[in-house]
Design a protein around this ligand. Structure first.
Ligand code: NAD
Ligand code: ZN
Length: 362
């Protein structure tokens, strides 16, 4: 069976297009009682963008904290807050932030219309009712969360997305001005998430012309941004931000119709046991995967050098056996990722002992 891929319905792209958000929402604000909930990364509490939010008098502003990556318990708290705010549903949920905030906005829009706790929906196509209309405004580029059909959540038992067609955003607002002030290390790590999406998709056994078309373009854009020291100069920064935002979008489109691979599988283990964030976790795992992705790792190291990045080391040095086993089990459980990377016979190649030796190098 071929996947019938649900895409986002509307996209607006351009420097300053954030100013169009009010017009976009106007089409939803049907009468005097309708309202919108804004889910905004609290890093912006003291920044200019706060003043630019197109808030109307009945709207709700939810500041969210993403120090920890999104948990199902946090989604449930936010859902309750919104239910308590009004008996009527909002006409739109707008997520403004990086991958974590976009995922929280997606999850909230789903949980407002689906009963019970969010952990019950971690998996594939378990959502029954359509979500509230939801909009993404990325302020950090790389994850591809703006185009994907998942919202990645850590629940009581597992780290797994709520994957469904209803998860996909209805509208995306791509304004590259919004990523200008991301701290350099964060920009690099989230950018590398995109680079790694491309490598894993293009080098995987699931590759097809749909994914290749998007993946090759995204890879070209990543190279332009991260392999070229001039792209960091003020004069070139606007172009680099435009490119990075489109790389994230295209990288997300590429993996949507193929799959990620070994690096993402290992990074999920790191994240589950050590709480390592996605971008940095992928970077640390990728650096240990020279054997599987020789060209990609070589290029990644060149990018680190050009961008003055020092990876954290010795993450697993003092880890006890239980934690190591947990990490291996979480990672081993991601069958499609391993199959994409190493083929049907992956279990004979990626043994537990092999995986342990990889984790030991991180
Ligand atoms: P993030 O959203 O976790 O944010 C990282 C840090 O950057 C935070 O401190 C945040 O406050 C800050 N930040 C965001 N925008 C900023 C800005 N403009 N200026 C200054 N600081 C800013 O980072 P991320 O790498 O974009 O997202 C990672 C998350 O995305 C993880 O939770 C991961 O699981 C998820 N993810 C989701 C998908 C998906 O398809 N849904 C794909 C990959 C990753
Ligand atoms: Zn990723």
């Amino acid at each position: 069976m071929f996947r019938n891929f649900k895409m986002i319905s509307n996209v607006v792209f351009g420097r300053g297009c954030f100013n169009q958000l009010d017009d976009i929402l106007k089409l939803r604000r049907d009468n005097g009682t309708s309202w919108v909930v804004f889910v905004v990364d609290d890093v912006f509490q003291n920044r200019l963008i706060k003043k630019r939010l197109p808030l109307h008098s009945k709207d709700m502003l939810l500041w969210v904290n993403v120090k920890d990556e999104p948990k199902t318990s946090y989604v449930d708290q936010l859902t309750l807050k919104v239910h308590n705010f009004s008996r009527k549903f909002p006409v739109a949920v707008v997520g403004i932030g990086g991958g974590s905030t976009m995922d929280l906005a997606k999850a909230l829009s789903l949980m407002l219309t689906n009963p019970g706790y969010s952990h019950a929906y971690q998996g594939w196509d378990l959502i029954k009712n359509p979500a509230i209309y939801h909009i993404a405004v990325p302020t950090l580029s790389g994850t591809g969360a703006e185009v994907s059909r998942t919202t990645v959540l850590t629940g009581p038992e597992k780290k797994l997305g709520i994957n469904s067609d209803y998860t996909v955003f209805d509208q995306v607002v791509l304004d590259p001005e919004l990523i200008r002030d991301v701290p350099p290390d964060q920009r690099f790590y989230t950018g590398m998430d995109c680079y790694i999406h491309c490598i894993e998709s293009l080098q995987g056994t699931y590759i097809n012309e749909f994914s290749r078309s998007y993946g090759e373009k995204a890879l070209e854009l990543c190279r332009s941004v991260f392999l070229n020291s001039d792209s960091q100069l003020d004069a070139n920064r606007a172009k680099a931000d435009d490119q990075l935002m489109m790389a994230s979008f295209f990288g997300g489109m590429s993996i949507a119709y193929s799959q990620v691979g070994a690096c993402h599988a290992l990074s999920y283990g790191l994240s589950y046991v050590l709480g390592t964030h996605h971008g940095i976790g992928c970077s640390i795992a990728f650096d240990a995967l020279e054997e599987i992705y020789p060209e990609g790792v070589k290029e990644f190291r060149a990018m680190m050098k050009i961008n003055n990045i020092e990876l954290p080391r010795n993450l697993t040095k003092n880890m006890d056996k239980d934690d190591m086993d947990k990490m291996i089990n979480v990672s081993m459980g991601l069958t499609p990722l391993w199959e994409n990377c190493l083929g049907k016979d992956w279990q004979n190649i990626m043994t537990k002992a092999k995986m342990k030796s990889l984790f030991k190098r991180m």
